[in-house]
Design a protein around this ligand. Structure first.
Ligand code: GDP
Length: 487
C-alpha cells in the first residue's frame, strides 16, 4: 500500500478506511497541474470538457456515442438536430469537427465505422464496443462576453474541446467496491449470490466455498478452482439471466490488460483468518490498487461530467429479479457518484460534478410512458423530483436513435398508446404495445401481471449518411444538462 499523505492533501476530511488502496502521492499535484492547465486554456478561450460515458452492459453506449457525434457534427453545419443544447449554448455554436488522431495510447472510438453500419442498406446497428476508448470534438463558438469578443479579434473564435471517454459499465461497478473492506465485500457479494436465480446459476461455486474449512489453506489448486467457478457463475448471471450487479468488473470485461492473478479472488463465507482468506484479501487489495492506478486515477478522476446509460425498459422486460438487480446496481453506483460526501468526492477531492442518468431505448414506448420512465429511473437512482433537488444529478429518458413513431394499438377492442416501427427481424412494419411503465419502483404485485415486450427495431434510413443528423429523443436535453453550462 502506498503512502497516504498525498490523500490527506487532496481531501481535508477523508472518510477512508485504512484497508482501502490509496492514490499515488503525486495525484494531488497531477490534479493541480491538470486544473491549472484547464484554467490556462479557459483564459485563452480554449476550454476542454471531459465527458465520460458508460452504461451497464447492452445499455446502448455505442449507439449513444455514434448518434452524439453525428448530431454534433450536423449541428456544426447548421442543422437543428440538438435544439436544447443549442439553446443552452445561446445559439453561439458555429462549427464542429472531429479532432484528428494524434499519438494517443487509448483506442479511438470508431464513430465513422459505426455510421457506415447505420447508413448501410438495410441499416444495421453498429457492432458493440467493449473497451475503453476516447474521441475528441472541437466545438467553435461565438464568444460570450465583450472580453471574449476582443480576444476573438486576434486569437480566433472560442473553442471548446469535448473529450469523450467511453468505458465499460462493468468497471463502473468497481467504484462502490472502493468503499468496502475485503470482509464487507465478501459477505455482501456472497449474500447477493445466494438469492433467487443467482443461487442456481452459482450452485457449483456456492457448493465449493461452503465445503471449504474456515481456515482453508492457500493452495494454488483450490484458489484456481474457486476462481474458475466464480467467474463461470458471474458470466452465467450476466449472459443468461441478465443480471448487472456483478463484481469485480474486470473479471467480466478484462480490458486491454487482460487476465492476471490479481483478478483471481472470490468471496468466502469465512473472509477473515486462514491462509486462503489472506491470499484473497491480498488479491482484493491489489485489484483495487490496480483499478485505481490504471483507470480511476488516470481517466476517471479527470472527467468533468458523467453520463450513465441504463436499459431500464430491458430490465423491466427481464423480470422481477433482474430488475431488482439493476436497481441495486444503480443505487450502489449513484451513491458513489452523487455529490455531497459521495465516493466520487473522496476520489477526486473536488466539488460536485454533473452526472446525467439516462434510460435508453425510450423509443420503445410512447410519450406518456416515457414520462413514467423518467420517474422510474429517478426513483432507482434515488433522486426524488419532489424533494430537495440535487442540481448535479439529472435524470432522462432518451432514444439515441429514434426508430419509431407514437401510434395506437388495439388490443381486445381497446385502444392503447403504442409505437410503430420496422422490426429488424423480417423488416416488416409493426405497431408494438410494450406494456405499462411504472412511474416508480414497482410493488411486488406488479410482477404478477407484468408483461413487457422489447422487440429489436431496425434503425431508420439516414438522410445523407447521417450528415444531416440522426433522429433521436432527448439526446439534446441530456447534453444540455451535462455540458450546456460550459458552452
Ligand atoms: P452497448 O453494449 O451498451 O454498446 O450497446 P449498443 O449501443 O451496441 O446497443 C445495443 C442494442 O440496443 C443495439 O444494437 C440496438 O438494437 C439497441 N439500441 C440501442 N440504442 C437504441 C435506441 O436508441 N433505440 C432503439 N430502438 N434501440 C436501441
Amino acid at each position: 500500500m502506498r503512502d497516504r499523505r498525498g490523500w490527506a492533501l487532496a481531501v481535508p476530511t477523508p472518510r477512508r478506511r485504512p484497508d482501502l488502496p490509496t492514490p499515488s502521492l503525486l495525484v494531488p499535484f497531477e490534479d493541480a497541474l491538470a486544473g491549472a492547465g484547464d484554467l490556462m486554456r479557459a483564459l485563452a478561450g480554449r476550454d476542454r470538457v471531459r465527458l465520460a460515458v458508460t452504461g451497464l452492459s447492452r445499455a446502448g453506449k455505442t449507439v449513444f456515442l455514434t448518434s452524439l457525434v453525428a448530431n454534433l457534427l450536423a449541428a456544426g453545419q447548421g442543422a437543428r438536430t440538438l435544439p436544447a443544447l443549442e439553446a443552452a449554448a445561446g445559439g453561439r455554436l458555429r462549427r464542429v469537427r472531429l479532432v484528428p488522431a494524434e499519438t494517443q495510447a487509448t483506442p479511438r472510438f470508431d464513430a465513422t465505422g459505426h455510421l457506415l453500419a447505420l447508413a448501410a442498406d438495410p441499416p444495421r446497428w453498429p457492432a458493440r464496443t467493449d473497451d475503453l476508448s476516447t474521441l475528441e470534438l472541437a466545438l467553435e463558438l461565438e464568444p460570450r462576453t465583450m472580453l471574449g469578443q476582443a480576444r476573438a479579434a486576434f486569437a480566433g473564435p472560442r473553442r471548446v474541446t469535448l473529450e469523450l471517454l467511453d468505458y465499460p459499465g462493468e468497471w463502473l461497478l468497481d467504484l462502490p467496491m472502493l468503499g468496502q473492506s475485503w470482509p464487507d465485500w465478501s459477505r455482501a457479494t456472497l449474500a447477493r449470490l445466494r438469492r433467487g436465480k443467482r443461487a442456481e446459476a452459482a450452485a457449483g461455486f456456492l457448493g465449493f466455498v461452503d465445503a471449504l474449512p474456515a481456515k482453508a489453506p492457500a493452495e494454488e489448486a483450490i484458489a484456481r478452482q474457486g476462481f474458475a467457478l466464480y467467474r463461470e457463475a458471474l458470466l452465467t448471471c450476466r449472459d443468461r439471466l441478465g443480471f448487472r450487479f456483478l463484481q469485480p468488473g474486470r473479471v467480466l470485461n478484462p480490458g486491454p490488460r487482460g487476465d492476471a492473478p490479481l483478478l483471481w479472488f472470490f468471496p468466502l463465507p469465512h473472509p477473515e483468518g486462514g491462509p486462503l482468506a489472506d491470499l484473497m484479501a491480498r488479491r482484493h487489495a491489489a485489484y483495487l490498487e490496480d483499478a485505481r492506478a490504471g483507470f480511476f486515477d488516470p481517466f476517471f478522476r479527470r472527467f468533468h461530467r458523467q453520463a450513465v446509460l441504463v436499459d431500464a425498459l430491458g430490465a423491466l422486460h427481464a423480470g422481477e429479479e433482474a430488475f431488482d438487480d439493476t436497481a441495486e446496481a444503480l443505487a450502489a453506483v449513484s451513491g458513489s457518484l452523487r455529490g455531497g460526501l459521495g465516493l466520487l468526492d473522496l476520489l477526486t477531492g473536488q466539488g460536485v460534478r454533473r452526472v446525467g442518468f439516462a434510460a435508453t431505448k425510450a423509443d420503445h414506448v410512447p410519450a406518456r410512458a416515457r414520462e413514467s420512465l423518467v420517474g422510474l429511473l429517478g426513483d432507482l437512482v434515488g433522486r426524488d423530483p419532489a424533494g430537495p433537488l440535487d442540481a448535479a444529478t439529472s435524470v432522462h429518458a432518451i432514444a439515441a436513435i429514434r426508430c419509431t413513431e407514437d401510434a395506437v394499438a388495439t388490443l381486445e377492442g381497446r385502444p392503447f398508446a403504442a409505437v410503430r416501427g420496422v422490426l429488424l427481424d423480417g423488416g416488416r412494419s409493426a405497431t408494438v404495445y410494450a406494456g405499462e411503465v411504472p412511474p416508480r419502483r414497482p410493488a411486488p404485485d406488479f410482477w404478477e401481471h407484468a408483461f413487457f415486450e422489447m422487440p429489436v427495431f431496425q434503425p431508420p434510413r439516414l438522410v445523407g449518411d447521417g450528415a444531416a443528423g440522426i433522429p433521436h429523443l432527448g439526446l439534446d436535453a441530456l447534453l444540455a444538462a451535462l455540458i450546456g453550462d460550459l458552452l
